[in-house]
Design a protein around this ligand. Sequence first.
Ligand code: FES
Length: 778
Amino acid sequence: MQCGYCTSGMILGIASLLDKSPDPDDALIRESLAGNICRCCTYPRIVRAARRASALVTSGEGSVAEPRAATPGLPAPGRGPWDLLSLEERDYFDVLSDGMVVVLPDERGADGGWSTSNGAWIHIGAGGLVTAFTGKVDVGQDNRTALSQLVAEELRVPFERVRLVMGDTDLCPYDMGTFGSRSIPDAGENLRATAASARELLLSTAADLWDVDTEGLVASDGAVRESDGDASITYGELLHGEQRVERAADVSVSPETGWRTAGAPIPKVTAGAIVTGAQRYPTDLSRPGMLRGRVLRAPAFGATLRSLDAADAQAMSDMSVVHEDDFVGVVAPDTTTARRGIDAIRAEWDRVPQPPEDELIAHLRATQVAPSGGREWEGPSHYEVGDVDAALEHADVRLDRTYTTAYIAHAPLETRAALAEWDGDHLTVWTGTQRPFGVREELAAALDVPEVQVRVIVPDTGAGYGGKHTGEAAIEAARLSRASGRPVSVTWTRQEEFTWAYVRPAAVIDVRSGATSDGDLTAWEFTNINSGDAGILCPYEIPNQRIEFRPAESPLRQGSYRALAATANHFARESHLDELAHQVGADPFALRLRYLRDDRLAAVFEAAAERAGLVRTPRDPGRGIGIAGGVEKDARVATSVEVRVDPEGRVEIVGVVVAFDCGAIVNPDGLVNQIEGATAMGLGGAMFEAVHFEVGEILNPSFSTYRVPRFTDVPPIDVILIDHRDVPSAGAGEAPIVAVAPALANAIFDATGRRLRSMPLIPDGRVRSETAKVDAAR
Ligand code: FES
């Protein structure tokens, strides 16, 4: 699993299947689980798990296992949010007893500069446990396991002895948010530095105790030992009776080449809790006396409340209506009653004009804002080298194309949820967000209380994909809780999630390029309208380039999504380069290698191409292979897709190969999980995902109308990891998604000669005619 929110359903599905068919093949496993959605798209891994369960059942070796406690005497991992633990459970963490706290107070990133994480702190308990605190959160990417590995590595303690307290604004150091694949580069580096400093402090403490030099001592397995003697003392013994707080010194971290715990394929630390149902997600939490809240929604975006009649709802037993300015909600003992209360409210609304979906491209073009130079934060950006206009004018070969992407939804299986509780004028909110400190700020502003009186706690959450940056449900629960005087839980329905959460921006991307008759690339002009400038720069060394991002007015509420605009920009760039190669009579793969100046990127291209058999031609009729790649969040990715297209245009994806290099790999098992999941998720956006809307309303706000990848959509995914131990680790949650769509488009062209320039490429599973509306709208 990744977030694990789907896991219980998968387990029931597999158990039911094995009951009827103890030895199913992969096709039967996929078919029988086809109704189960894993939005993290861990489908290949779940099929492997089902096969393994089948092998255990048929061999008679399978048995019902007790939930695993990592170490005798220690609790099973993943017990839910710290704040809900009993005092006895908290004692397991050892934080409140003897020991040493080491604090890294300064902001520092991987390169000593900008960082999303402000420091870290670690407690080494006299009982032998290590508790590390970070403001990052785990929404399924399993940074919890990887960050724990880095702490264990530097402190030289067994992995099982490290606990991580994450995303609690009262307990953890400030963090900007869990986004941008920055957990490992930022929080990981901070935790490494803090743990390395703690290790040196423990060595000094032992040296003082034994009156020897630290040079002759080593730290290993949670103890300090003499290098060439028998003396040893555990960290717990060293810290017995101590209550120390130390500031982390500037200590070198261990070289990645010598990693033993880091770099190892350690399974997800909360997996045991997830498969046994012990994991408590935000939607699972409750407090004594808790009520359920629902909120009245407008019928369309931008609509404002004209009149309200809540008398019928107010008259219902066990029902309270809360009306504050434009906010209207109800609280009741259970969700069904709360829903009835909302249904009983009569409201009239004033709508505002909105563009319909079929006018989207024209609308974005009409409202685009051109850059005035340079790059503005979340505003227009402009990059230019050489003389693009002259190069285009003198080019022997010119290509002028437009590529588009649709709005798509994050659709996490766990919808937005929050539980709020007031204690006097202090507010605590448990919620699933990627920005606990940002949501604390939102709550303080919305509820008009000082930030210091607000605490946000983020339990491990049922996924995010960049879609849980904001605190809507938290604010709603806090309002309802303050008005009712009781703890209140708000969980958005699936329809609310599809309608009122933000979506990935739609893109209109114009690309103009030029080349000589000899096939030398001379000009590159690339303009992204609306979706953003992530991944917009061109890794190919073309002498004359103009690259711009132009924001526009979006009819839908849009925001960040896994890899931001890098998916759209890679789609346009890698598709266009393929087109240009064919236009100048060059092989697209060879042309890429000729113009790449990034050796690591070239290496992943070569690895993926070789494994996929890209250069083997001719292909069987109807078969095609495409490749695409790029640099995103400091990671290098190349994705190759092979398709079979039948005479009616039906597309079958035969297989995908992904070669990936994110520097030193902290956890190869978790990394493969991320790459497989992101690739399969990318196939959804590439093939069929699209949010449809008419004037101010979402038309497909359910999983039956908004299609996401299912078991039967996901082909074999072959992952090649390139472990660069000599390069700092980059994050890997986003980069694997960026090259999927252009690789598919290039494969379809290879198979059919038809070029698809609008994502989703094959919404009904077939190659359709070129999108006339794009050219017509230019
Ligand atoms: S692991 Fe399946 S939805 Fe997250």
